[in-house]
Ligand binder design. Structure first.
Ligand code: ADP
Length: 368
């Protein structure tokens, strides 16, 4: 069993803190993605787990064992990099067997494992090929196969799909998910691509500037972002944000912006009581998929209506991403292609009030 535990891990180069107090408890067989903008400390974290980078402070456990001072080759891990780093002068089979040879695994067993990896990675019949005779996707599969034959307790991957074209990325994504299902290893996967992280992972750790912003399932981070950063980072079209205040009238609370005033459902109102002061500016957020057009949607029964003009229509095939201008604000809205909307048409937008978000401006913390 190879759970991986990071306890208050810090990493600094000279005096600059790159990873600040990171704690993660990753159970055996979990597929965890570390995701965040470029430079946030994802690769540094992965390299510390691999033993390629010294840990400045904190404790790292693989299984039950404290491994801070254990060299990489004794950690029972394997790593797949963005650059496949195959040996160009060795054929596919020799590339796959390389690590086994170093470990002095007998030839018979090596052969069996090569066959197993070729089969698993859908590379049957390609064992004799040289890397230059393979497509990018095939090369990446060899790199993954080479890691898997080592039967690592923990498989570490650093942006393994980013050199592939868009179509192949999608295919490899499905492949990786399938492979993980049949693998007795914990996977830690680094990507800057939130869609990749959402689709592949059991859990996602979202990082920003060396800080952990949220650690949760894809469902949790999408539906209940812990802060404004996560809300803006996760989701295919970014969340709409605008400034607001919350006004109370008797027992009722209203979200008030330049463009609208919406009553808060009582369960949401309960959650925010006493957590902000009167007239405090807050950030209001709602996802494009949680806004409907009144005349065009069955779901538009919720009494929060805003009038606006259609400014831009971006067809996405299965739906349209529509930019709607109100007097003071701009909203991105996802509308079905069956809607016969036209540029400059005035439409009424309806919010799903249960999907609204509120964030503190100073800390970014979500209020519900
Ligand atoms: P990410 O993988 O999220 O893109 P990295 O972990 O590679 O980010 O880098 C995080 C930060 O640490 C970056 O600002 C980078 O410049 C810095 N960094 C990485 N390696 C070194 C190093 N060896 N010396 C100094 N700074 C480094």
């Amino acid at each position: 069993m190879a759970q991986v535990k990071l306890e208050h891990i810090r990493k600094s180069y000279d005096k600059t803190l790159i990873v600040k107090d990171l704690s993660l408890d990753i159970p055996h067989h979990e597929f965890l993605s570390l995701v965040g903008p470029s430079g946030c400390g994802k690769s540094t974290t992965l390299r510390m787990i691999a033993g390629l980078e010294e840990i400045t402070e904190g404790k790292l456990y693989i299984g039950e064992k404290l491994v801070n001072n254990v060299p990489p080759k004794e950690r029972n891990i394997a790593m797949v990099f963005q650059s496949y780093a195959l040996f160009p002068h060795m054929n596919v089979a020799a590339n796959i067997a390389f690590g086994l040879k170093i470990k002095k695994v007998p030839e018979e067993e090596r052969k069996k494992k090569i066959e197993w990896a070729l089969e698993l990675m859908d590379l049957n019949g390609l064992g004799e090929r040289m890397p230059k005779e393979l497509s990018g996707g095939q090369r990446q599969r060899v790199a993954v196969g080479r890691a898997l034959v080592l039967e690592p307790q923990v498989l570490l991957m650093d942006e393994p799909l980013s050199n592939l074209d868009a179509k192949l990325r999608l295919k490899m994504r499905t492949e990786l998910k399938r492979i993980h299902k049949n693998l007795n290893a914990t996977v830690i996967y680094v990507t800057h691509d939130q869609v990749e992280a959402m689709t592949l992972s059991d859990k996602i750790a979202i990082m920003n500037k060396g800080d952990l912003m949220q650690y949760g399932t894809p469902h949790e981070v999408y539906n209940r972002p812990a802060n404004k950063f996560v809300a803006g980072f996760i989701g295919s079209s970014p969340m709409n944000f605008m400034k607001c205040t919350v006004k109370s009238e008797g027992e009722k609370f209203f979200i008030v912006t330049d463009s609208f005033s919406i009553p808060l459902p009582s369960d949401m109102a309960d959650k925010i009581k006493n957590r902000f002061h009167d007239d405090e500016k807050l950030d209001f957020g709602i996802r494009p998929e949680d806004i409907y057009a009144k005349n065009y949607s069955q779901k538009a029964k919720i009494p929060a209506e805003i009038k606006g003009r259609i400014d831009v229509i971006e067809p996405l095939g299965s739906e349209n991403l529509v930019t709607v201008m109100t007097e003071k604000n701009e909203f991105k809205v996802r509308l079905g292609t069956e809607t016969d909307i036209k540029l400059d048409e005035i439409i009424e937008l309806v919010f799903d009030v249960n999907k609204m978000h509120l964030f503190k401006i100073d800390t970014g913390e979500a209020l519900f």
